[in-house]
Design a protein around this ligand. Structure first.
Ligand SMILES: NC(=O)c1ccc[n+]([C@@H]2O[C@H](COP(=O)([O-])OP(=O)(O)OC[C@H]3O[C@@H](n4cnc5c(N)ncnc54)[C@H](O)[C@@H]3O)[C@@H](O)[C@H]2O)c1
Ligand SMILES: O=C(O)C[C@H](O)C(=O)O
Length: 329
């Protein structure tokens, strides 16, 4: 291992997702076995003691790829020189909280974090927002970091993408590796649109392979879109290991690129493609090469898909108006 360490920041590091994410990052799941990683872990002050315990456990694993760990409660210190920022820590919706309250509370987190990244991150910084509402939190962070190119900000819809692949593979009785070109459009919320019309199963169109519009519209789409809620209902808390795994998948694909003949779903700043208003952080099919993503162009969008994409994008536009009204962007 001759490379110098890559600095990866994780916020909300003492939380549920953090507890799964940190050990996988430290063991090389993001950067591989030959690149040392330095973890920069941000938490709120009252959670630092818990985080110290997690750091003790990380030490106890003696991971060969783990070159160092720094923890703290000041993003201006923790984000110094970071190459990747995985923004996981967010304010969950509490009893009686309206969407506007949630957006305001998260604005208080993602605006200062955007500013701190702008001031202190490395010049090659790439930012992935997992903390909900992920798309709009990414918009807030991006809007508060004017010196970082906008294409370096993203939000996580890879978990939805993975869920869609898994549901489709189970329906058709094929391995997940047979499924290519899955797309999640729109917001990481119940309005998202998992699209089978452009996906492929063993080279064949997925919607045709399913051949059952009732299952597609009445079972597949709501199962994927409401999977987060189903896990909360079953587990008593939101998805954590799968969210950590998808966060690593997302960031690793951003580094390594997409394989020939496939793409991934990633929430990125819209350039107006597919009628998604410019500037919204919306999920698209993207290919990635040399660390740069591009929205897949030229897909035919039929009336059914158009309606679903428009509904989710309308929600993103509403969220943008709400955070604008709060002066967060
Ligand atoms: N995008 C997705 O696919 C997806 C999937 C699952 C969960 N999530 C979201 O990820 C977020 C984290 O989930 P979790 O289960 O780990 O939650 P959690 O409550 O267990 O942990 C969140 C952590 O963030 C910390 N935190 C709060 N404010 C912070 C700040 N300003 N700076 C640094 N840390 C801060 C908290 O102290 C806490 O330890 C939630 O918003 C959840 O809804 C997103
Ligand atoms: O849906 C949620 O609130 C949790 C998370 O975003 C998920 O998709 O599992």
């Amino acid at each position: 291992m001759t490379n110098s360490p890559v600095k990866v920041a994780v916020t909300g590091a003492a939380g549920q997702i953090g507890y799964s994410l940190l050990f996988r990052l430290a063991s090389g799941a993001l950067l591989g076995p030959d690149t040392p990683i330095e973890l920069r872990l941000l938490e709120i002050t009252p959670a630092l003691k818990t985080l110290e315990g997690v750091v003790m456990e990380l030490d106890d694993c003696a991971f060969p790829t783990l070159a160092g760990i720094e923890i703290g409660d000041d993003p201006n210190v923790v984000f110094d020189g970071v190459n990747h920022a995985l923004l996981v820590g967010a304010r969950p919706r509490g009893p009686g909280m309206e969407r506007g309250d949630l957006l305001e509370a998260n604005g208080g987190i993602f605006a200062p974090q955007g500013k701190a990244l702008n001031a202190h991150a490395a010049s090659d910084i790439r930012v992935t927002v997992t903390g909900n509402p992920a798309n709009t939190n990414a918009l807030i962070a991006m809007s508060n970091a004017p010196d970082i190119p906008t294409e370096r900000f993203s939000a996580l819809t890879r978990l939805d993408h993975n869920r869609a692949i898994s549901q489709l593979a189970a329906k058709l009785g094929v391995p997940v590796t047979e499924i290519k070109k899955m797309t999640i459009w729109g917001n990481h919320s119940a309005t998202q649109y998992p699209d089978l019309f452009h996906a492929e199963v063993g080279g064949r169109n997925a919607a045709e392979a399913v051949g059952d519009q009732e299952w597609l519209a009445g079972t597949f789409i709501p199962t994927v879109a409401k999977r987060g809620a189903a896990i909360i209902e079953a587990r008593g808390s939101s998805s954590a290991a799968s969210a950590a795994s998808a966060t690593i998948d997302h960031a690793r694909t951003w580094i390594e690129g997409t394989p020939e003949g496939d793409w991934v779903s990633m929430s990125v700043r819209s350039d107006g493609s597919y009628g998604v208003p410019e500037g919204l952080i919306s999920s698209f099919p993207v290919t990635i090469k040399d660390g740069q993503w591009s929205i897949v162009q030229g897909l035919d969008i039929d009336e059914f898909s158009r309606g679903k994409i428009d509904a989710s994008v309308a929600e993103l536009a509403e969220e943008r108006e709400a955070v604008k009204g709060l002066g967060l962007i």
